[in-house]
Unconditional design. Structure first.
Length: 298
């Protein structure tokens, strides 16, 4: 395994100081008598809204609400659709059946929540990571993992330890910056980020002299970066994040209890929430990456 940053990712662990950012404001055009009636509301997408909710116009054409939603590029949670985004089979048929396209959305952000580390989250991810590594070159990046990956276990899954890039950031800013740089580098297959370091405080910075942001805001940045650069971003978060909003394309909660592991699909873009009970029952997909097998004592 390597702890060096790949080509395209700076090795000093800190991004260059950002250029000065200037913001400008324009006159909102609020002039005239206070008794003037406001103009017809216009959304940023150019949609003109009527007082009658059934009569909305775009460029002078009267459209139904369904047409407005489609024009505005909105995703509705109750709409089950087929996706054209790239996917990779999870390796678990019952889980694939619940996901649009039949697999992980590997050009977006997946959030995997659990009560603690080492309860089967890597077993859930490894079949897809191995399949992707077999088809394309590039790094699999581990940022702030609670345990070091075990080389023999990786080999059992068909993954070469030499393609694992493990990063131990010193601060939340380093972790956030490393994740964004890895996604944008064009040299990575997947970026796994253990978010505990980021969630120790309500907000954090991603670069020096930048405003602090929340994990919700950062999830939006990860989703955009993953989609733009066609790289799979995976944020591994604690159970407390279950009630927090997120921009992730897919959110799951892994519930380990009574000797089985259930996957709760909390948010599925283009699909519906579901529960996959004992997701790996009777399936031999490789080494069991349990806490004892991935922990390396110092």
């Amino acid at each position: 395994m390597s702890s060096k940053m790949p080509k395209g990712i700076p090795a000093d662990g800190h991004g260059p100081p950002p250029a000065s950012e200037h913001s400008s404001a324009t006159d909102a055009g609020l002039s005239g008598s206070p008794q003037q009636q406001p103009a017809t509301p216009v959304s940023p997408s150019g949609v003109f809204f009527s007082e009658n909710p059934a009569e909305t116009q775009i460029s002078g054409q009267q459209l139904s609400l369904d047409a407005v939603f489609e024009s505005a590029g909105l995703w509705r949670a109750n709409a089950l659709t087929h996706t054209d985004a790239p996917v990779c089979s999870t390796g678990y048929p019952a889980l694939d059946a619940c996901l649009p396209g039949g697999g992980w959305p590997v050009a977006g952000l997946t959030e995997l929540l659990s009560g603690q580390s080492g309860v089967g989250e890597l077993r859930l991810l490894m079949p897809a990571l191995a399949a992707m590594a077999g088809r394309q070159s590039g790094w699999i990046v581990w940022i702030a993992p609670p345990f070091l990956p075990n080389a023999p276990a990786l080999l059992q899954w068909g993954l070469s330890p030499e393609r694992m890039l493990v990063i131990h950031p010193r601060s939340p800013a380093d972790a956030a910056w490393a994740a964004e740089q890895a996604l944008a580098s064009g040299t990575c297959i997947a970026v796994l980020l253990w978010a505990d370091l980021l969630e120790r405080q309500a907000t954090f910075t991603t670069r020096r002299r930048q405003p602090a942001i929340s994990m919700q805001q950062f999830s939006r940045r990860l989703q955009v970066a993953a989609n733009t650069h066609r790289c799979w971003a995976i944020a591994l978060r604690g159970e407390k994040a279950r009630g927090e909003p997120s921009a992730a394309a897919l959110r799951l909660y892994l519930d380990a209890h009574d000797g089985q592991r259930d996957v709760h699909l909390l948010k599925v873009r283009g699909g519906k929430p579901a529960v996959v009970t004992d997701f790996d029952a009777g399936i031999d997909v490789g080494a069991a990456m349990t806490r004892d097998e991935i922990k390396v004592d110092s």
